[in-house]
Ligand binder design. Structure first.
Ligand SMILES: *Cc1c(COP(=O)(O)O)cnc(C)c1O
Length: 418
């Protein structure tokens, strides 16, 4: 079906070439640190990171020792109570923020809700909330509801119109740093400083950039951010998310979910709410300790690697993938930006039969995902991906296209999660 077979003149890298690249790699893969099945090529770490081997022991300890034996004493004895701030501080290191500027809590959606409503309420004279069209849906849904609740106008614009849409009427903008479909990345520093000229705050959603591209929130002047724990941070399914507020701005914001964990002294059991002075004011209820320990373990692993070197390797994996696809599967259209500084750590292609093709690919042990209507998406995660994995992935895709196996009825089934 248009894809070139391996038997043809090898104008593209061979498996031996791929293995040679792996052997000589200045950023060798750390596949052994993950519990990845041997027979799977995992290209979906941008959606659910795999299980780090050390997390198994960490969770066993949390469950058997801390919960099982120490029981409620673990809140003090194993510092469960300090975990949201402790893990937040580790994320701060990763994203170029200071201790006390990041807290782990809730999901990304809930954190967006908390920050956005706090910001909009703190600037009653500004009438608009700005978002990007085609953003990750939850970001747009939350913005819609808050605009409706607080009587603001929601302004959704295309990426190139964002700078002109942000102005003196903007109460807040919600922007995804890296786009979940294409991998296109905004210039966080440039957009932040141009927005700040009109006093407009941006909430950066870092879900597709934390643990994937280098981040320097303080240096870039970023004021507010949220991000996801179960994608590139390998925190586990449904791992809690995080929230960042630049230190000086915190006193002006109050969480709309004034739960007891955000109180300045939860165990004083005071009748009236008094927010914590620090970032803890954005906690609401009791933290999910087991998930939090899984997240901490994933972050501990991520903190061992230099984020610049990690992203540099992701760029090389991207080029290798793009070149192989252009040579072997030219009917797939690359929709990720060509320039490394304009993209995150994934590669995406458009094809009218994307859903069935991805289903066939997953059956063959190459796990990426499909985003409706026509996108095939592959996460590039240098911690555990090798050049040879990319080579096999494209080779299997070429074979599927040549044999037409994607047309089998089983691949026409629409699954609940894609
Ligand atoms: C994955 C993702 C989320 C996830 O939100 P949850 O509340 O954790 O389900 C939010 N925003 C973006 C941009 C994402 O990529």
């Amino acid at each position: 079906m248009g894809c070139q077979q391996t038997e043809m003149a090898a104008t593209f890298p061979t498996l031996m070439d791929a293995r040679a690249l792996d052997d000589a790699d200045p950023f060798p893969h750390r596949r052994h640190l993950f519990a990845l099945p041997e027979d799977i090529i995992y290209l979906d770490g941008n959606s659910l990171g795999p299980l780090p081997a050390q997390t198994v022991a960490r969770l066993e300890m949390t469950v058997n020792e801390e919960w099982g034996r120490s029981l409620i004493r673990s809140w003090n004895d194993h510092d469960w109570i300090g975990a949201p701030a402790r893990v937040g501080n580790k994320i701060a290191t990763l994203i170029g923020a200071q201790p006390g500027e990041v807290i782990v809590a809730d999901s990304t959606s809930v954190n967006l809700y908390k920050i956005l409503s706090a910001l909009v309420r703190s600037q009653p004279t500004r009438s608009e909330i700005v978002t990007e069209k085609g953003n990750f849906p939850t970001d747009h849904h939350i913005a819609e509801t808050i605009a409706d609740m607080l009587g603001k106008r929601l302004v959704s614009v295309d990426a190139q119109d964002i700078p002109s849409a942000i102005g003196t009427q903007t109460a807040a903008a919600i922007l995804c740093h890296v786009h979940y479909r294409t991998g296109a990345r905004h210039d966080l520093g440039a957009l932040t400083s141009s927005a700040r000229q009109s006093g407009a705050p941006i909430i950066w959603d870092l879900s597709h950039s934390v643990g994937a591209v280098p981040l320097n929130l303080n240096a870039d002047g970023a004021e507010y951010a949220v991000g996801c724990g179960y994608k590139y941070l390998n925190g586990g399914p449904g791992a809690p998310a995080f929230l960042y507020v630049a230190r000086d701005l915190l006193p002006h914001l109050s969480s709309p979910i004034s739960g007891w964990m955000g109180h300045t002294n939860p165990f004083a059991f005071e009748h009236s709410y008094r927010p914590a002075s620090g970032i803890e004011r954005f906690l609401a209820g009791t933290p999910p300790i087991i998930s939090l320990m899984g997240l901490e373990s994933g972050i501990d692993l991520m903190l061992q690697v230099d984020q610049d070197a990690l992203f540099e390797k992701a760029q090389r994996l991207f080029s290798f993938f793009a070149d192989l696809m252009a040579a072997r599967c030219p009917e797939f259209r690359l929709i990720s930006p060509a320039m490394p500084e304009s993209r995150g750590s994934q590669i995406a292609f458009a094809h009218a039969q994307a859903a069935a093709i991805m289903s066939a690919l997953i059956s063959d042990g190459v796990v990426g995902d499909h985003r409706a209507p026509d996108v095939l998406r592959f996460g590039l995660t240098p911690l555990y991906l090798r050049f040879q994995d990319i080579w096999y992935a494209v080779d299997r895709l070429a074979a599927i296209m040549a044999a037409g196996t994607w047309q089998l009825p089983e691949h026409a089934r629409i699954r609940r999660v894609t």
